[in-house]
Design a protein. Structure first.
Length: 291
């Protein structure tokens, strides 16, 4: 991950805690930190985040005690996440120190994030405002799903990428081609089409305790369900996670198939949120860090 010397990387406080750019040497320490918080990241998940983004760690005597990362989407927007401070180090302003470095590094981009209840005040003090709620659903489906008709949903091909990136930008307002390319390469993609034209997509990949289905972009809740069912048909009765907006109209259905809501997060933004051009919109996110 890259950063600027202007953010005083390497500055040493009186308490001997050092802020440094996030690098591959910190991956094992970051993994231990997320395990302490019972966050389900694997080492591979941290590595992908590192390759796609920028960030900082706080170290004491070579031990990682805090992390924060952000991911650029074009020149004007970004998402932030993986903001963690070790339990023994909380309450000493380290979260604020990480966030201030992150925001200075991402400036002048608009920054979005998904906050735990504990983090909301930290972000509010920096000007973030709530704009929505994400519900985390997970579990093993109660039943096996049939593959949707091939005329409606099919496996994503390399030739679909341009259309998928365009659909994603229409749904989010963001230029996320680099992230999408990595997700497509590491997972299974599905395209919903009508009259030979892609109208929605979903990506399913290994993540955390099992698989995650997301992003899911579609024009309606029914289309989003069809894409999710295509991914579930391939997975069978495996552990799966889906993070969806509280307004997605998918929550009751997800619970009915065995994917219980186990948590939520508040979506917050600092800056100007881009409007979605539609008609497609986001029904499930890649994860709570990438958005």
């Amino acid at each position: 991950m890259k950063t600027s010397a202007a953010h005083q990387a390497g500055r040493r406080d009186d308490d001997d805690v050092v802020l440094v750019p996030f690098a591959s040497v910190h991956l094992e320490g970051a993994l231990k930190l997320s395990q302490e918080m019972s966050w389900p990241y694997r080492l591979e998940d941290w590595d992908v985040a590192l390759q796609l983004g920028h960030g900082f760690v706080l170290q004491r005597a070579g031990v990682v005690i805090g992390t924060a990362a952000w991911w650029p989407y074009g020149e004007t927007h970004a998402s932030a996440g993986m903001i963690i401070v070790a339990k023994a180090a909380q309450g000493r302003g380290y979260g604020a120190r990480l966030m201030d470095a992150l925001l200075a590094s991402a400036h002048p981009r608009t920054v979005a994030l998904n906050s735990t209840a504990e983090g909301i005040m930290l972000y509010r003090r920096r000007g973030f405002v709530p704009v929505g709620v994400i519900h985390q659903h997970q579990g093993i489906p109660r039943e096996r799903f049939e593959t949707p008709p091939s005329g409606l949903v099919r496996a994503m091909a390399a030739s679909d990428f341009k259309a998928i990136a365009q659909l994603d930008q229409e749904a989010t307002g963001l230029e996320r081609r680099r992230m999408l390319d990595r997700l497509v390469q590491s997972g299974d993609g599905y395209v919903l089409q009508r009259d030979g034209t892609p109208r929605g997509y979903a990506i399913c990949r290994l993540f955390g305790r099992g698989h995650v289905i997301g992003p899911v972009v579609a024009e309606s809740p029914a289309d989003a369900r069809t894409l999710i069912e295509a991914a579930l048909a391939r997975l069978g009765r495996a552990f799966v996670r889906i993070d969806t907006s509280a307004t997605s109209q998918l929550g009751e259905w997800l619970e009915s198939i065995g994917l219980q809501q186990v948590g939520d997060a508040t979506t917050m933004i600092l800056g100007t949120q881009l409007p979605a051009a539609g008609p497609a919109r986001t029904f499930a996110i890649a994860n709570q860090s990438f958005g």
